[in-house]
Design a protein around this ligand. Structure first.
Ligand code: NAD
Ligand code: DAU
Length: 357
């Protein structure tokens, strides 16, 4: 792991991963390839932008020739692939971009890697790795009481987002099986933490609550997700890169499964305590039940026995501590928040998704 290309490194998890990697791998070179869509921001990487081990390249993963040129230029031995369209609600309103980025983009990256690593034999094959970052949503939805998903659970994606991720997972697997491309894959549950774009539940609720805006809870708010602090996710990916078995997939989850409404109420209670502005206290009065997401998955739950027994990984953050840190992070980064709020794509999305709900 000398020259690591991180795709989507300007997004939420990608930027956290770059911070993590530069901290734990002193000799690594990181090449961040990101198209800077609405979800990507160089603000997320301001504090590493002068690090000589870090380079940023703006570009599209769908452009195979361009990606191939970068692999050669930087002699990339490791690709950690985060770049994607990642928001389920957007996939419901506009699925095409999800097919293009998540399926065609992954295909394009895989093909560039196959050419550079396997056909041109540019580097010893035992030294290269394609790590694909996927999601628990490929497994569908669980009823209450059903057992958690394992790595062997058949795929049953429900949203266009989940279907596009499932499709990309299959492509990765097929490149391993057919061409011998050395890959690892992780399927992870819901992340939260610093730098998350405020279209996702936790940062959306934090920022709306700070502003005294309504807190939209879809349906009855009893849907269940398996929340994981983003630093625990980054730690798990790093461990899989170091010790994971080539050709394997690993589930990652947070062992935290409160209902959405509980998450929202907890954020309200934290803000009641820590916010200097008391004008919206108690914040829970801002909660509003709104029209549900079409096809809304009811419950997710990841069985993480494989990664904990094979690689010794366990999440370190508790949900209570992680949520408190996250609320404090958003409160103490007003410039980051203002920069996002000024983006037309953010304002437009808030109107498109919430006005008629
Ligand atoms: P994000 O939306 O915050 O960031 C995505 C990044 O990809 C952005 O920086 C964007 O500019 C970039 N990008 C999009 N299209 C691109 C293209 N064509 N070429 C290059 N860059 C492009 O996403 P995230 O929440 O950080 O998720 C990262 C990955 O992790 C995704 O693959 C997602 O499916 C997966 N994942 C996310 C979660 C979660 O809870 N957020 C959980 C499990 C898995
Ligand atoms: O499970 C992993 C997935 O988690 C990732 O693969 C996705 O990239 C990521 O976006 C996330 O998907 P979700 O759809 O679970 O996350 P989101 O934050 O959009 O929603 C979390 C839950 O909160 C979900 O049940 C829908 C609900 N919700 C969401 C929003 C935005 C609301 O009730 N109100 C809202 O306004």
């Amino acid at each position: 792991m000398k020259n690591v290309m991180v795709t989507g490194g300007a997004g939420f998890i990608g930027s956290n991963f770059i911070h993590h990697l530069l901290k734990v791998e002193p000799d690594v070179q990181v090449i961040n390839l990101d198209a800077l869509t609405y979800a990507g921001s160089l603000e997320n990487l301001k504090d590493v932008s002068d690090d000589p081990r870090y380079s940023f390249v703006q570009g599209d993963i769908c452009d195979t020739d361009f990606v191939g040129g970068l692999l050669r230029k930087y002699q990339v031995d490791t690709i950690v692939h985060f770049a994607a369209e990642s928001h389920v609600d957007r996939s419901i309103l506009g699925p095409r971009q999800f097919v293009e980025t998540n399926i065609m983009g992954t295909f394009s990256l895989l093909d560039a890697a196959r050419t550079f690593w396997l056909q041109e034999k540019s580097l010893p094959v035992e030294n290269v790795r394609f790590h694909h970052v996927s999601t628990d949503e490929v497994f569908g939805s669980l009823a209450l009481g059903e057992p958690a998903w394992t790595e062997e659970t058949p795929y049953a994606p429900n949203s266009p987002y989940a279907a596009s991720k499932a499709s990309s997972d299959h492509l990765v697997r097929s490149y391993g099986h057919t061409y011998g491309l050395p890959f690892t894959m992780t399927n992870c549950s819901n992340n939260y933490g610093p730098y998350q774009f405020p279209e996702k539940l936790i940062p959306l609720i934090i920022l709306n609550a700070i502003d005294g805006k309504r807190l939209p809870v879809y349906g009855d708010g009893q849907q269940i997700r398996d929340w994981l602090h983003v630093e625990d996710h980054c730690d798990a990916i790093h461990l899989v890169l170091k010790k994971g078995i080539v050709g394997s997939t690993y589930n990652i989850g947070g062992e935290n499964q409160p209902a959405n409404l509980t998450i929202v109420e907890t954020i309200c209670e934290i803000l009641d305590e820590v916010s200097m502005d008391a004008s919206h206290t108690p914040h829970k009065n801002l909660i509003e039940f709104v029209k549900d997401r079409p096809g809304h998955d009811r419950r997710y739950d990841m069985d993480t026995h494989k990664i904990s027994s094979e690689l010794g990984w366990r999440p370190r953050h508790t949900l209570t501590g992680g949520l408190l840190d996250t609320v404090n992070w958003y409160l103490s980064h007003p410039e980051w928040v203002t920069a996002i709020r000024q983006k037309q794509e953010y304002k437009g999305w808030m109107d498109t998704n919430y006005k008629s709900r």
